[in-house]
Write a new protein. Structure first.
Length: 290
């Protein structure tokens, strides 16, 4: 029987919590809570006790939060082909203006804005790197009716949404999709190929690449969504999200039965009431009880 996991938020390792928080503040995120992690919780992430944590979210949004944790470890190196949690997506009403504002604030764009037909709609995307090379993707759909639910639906003046989705690179799309659909209990919205050359260019990839993606969510498609991406013919070793180095992303799920969840993960470890472990496809996750 499938479990009832819910994708809740994303943990981000940061060399400077304030700098990473400022990056998200530029996109309309507000601080919701701050605290210092004790030894048991810090150990869950492979960190020493006493590191700072700040939670940010968007006013009016029920979910789509980020939790930034200070990491004194050496920074991670961005590697788009490596299986693990890799990029954060936000909806933007104006992708080009979002890129211009990010560049004006000192952040770098990975490549040109992509603007291409995708089935019945036009898709506009761009990727910028925040502190510690955290990858943030702006997404806009034309017509806007194709957007999934977000805080933009209730605020016509707002440019950016809450966290729309997390993109995880996997080394086996079928196995990862089956796990999150049939075992974790998420709803599969679609699986499709990505062959448009503009995609590789906006991602800043060193060469054109073809990809396949599965999009999963809660049954009502509430944010954040969970996206699995596999590259065709681009072998890469899995990169660990733990210990939590600056720039690393870790998806956090909730589940009603942690004992059952532990039996589903590779190398599960229980620390301070939450599990960490690896799923099929090579994605490290945190699972908390509810």
């Amino acid at each position: 029987m499938a479990q009832d996991w819910v994708f809740d938020h994303v943990v981000i390792g940061a060399s400077d919590v304030g700098a990473t928080a400022a990056f998200f503040a530029l996109h309309g995120f507000d601080p919701l809570a701050t605290r210092v992690l004790g030894s048991a919780e810090a150990d869950r992430y492979g960190l020493p006790a006493g590191v700072d944590e700040v939670v940010l979210g968007v006013e009016g949004a029920a979910g789509g939060r980020v939790r930034i944790i200070a990491s004194p470890l050496d920074p991670d190196t961005y590697s788009p082909y490596a299986p693990r949690a890799e990029a954060l997506d936000l909806y933007s009403r104006d992708v080009r203006a979002s890129v211009a504002d990010a560049q004006g604030a000192g952040y770098e764009s990975a490549g040109p804005v992509a603007d291409y037909a995708f089935g019945p709609m036009r898709l506009i995307q761009a990727l910028v790197h925040g502190p510690d090379d955290v990858a943030l993707v702006y997404v806009d759909l034309d017509p806007a009716k194709f957007r999934l639910p977000s805080v933009l639906d209730a605020d016509p003046e707002r440019r950016h949404s809450e966290l729309h989705s997390l993109v995880c690179v996997v080394d086996d799309l079928e196995a990862a999709t089956a796990f999150f659909r049939d075992v974790a209990g998420l709803s599969l919205r679609a699986t499709f190929p990505l062959t448009e050359p503009a995609v590789a260019r906006f991602m800043g990839l060193p060469r054109e690449s073809t990809m396949r993606m599965s999009v999963l969510s809660a049954a009502e498609a509430a944010p954040p969504r969970f996206e699995l991406l596999e590259f065709d013919g681009e072998p890469a070793e899995a990169r660990a999200s733990l210990p939590l180095r600056p720039g690393c992303l870790l998806p956090v799920f909730t589940a009603a039965d942690l004992d059952a969840a532990a039996g589903l993960l590779e190398g599960p470890r229980l620390a301070a009431g939450a599990l960490v472990g690896r799923t099929p496809g090579g994605v490290e996750v945190e699972v908390r009880g509810r």
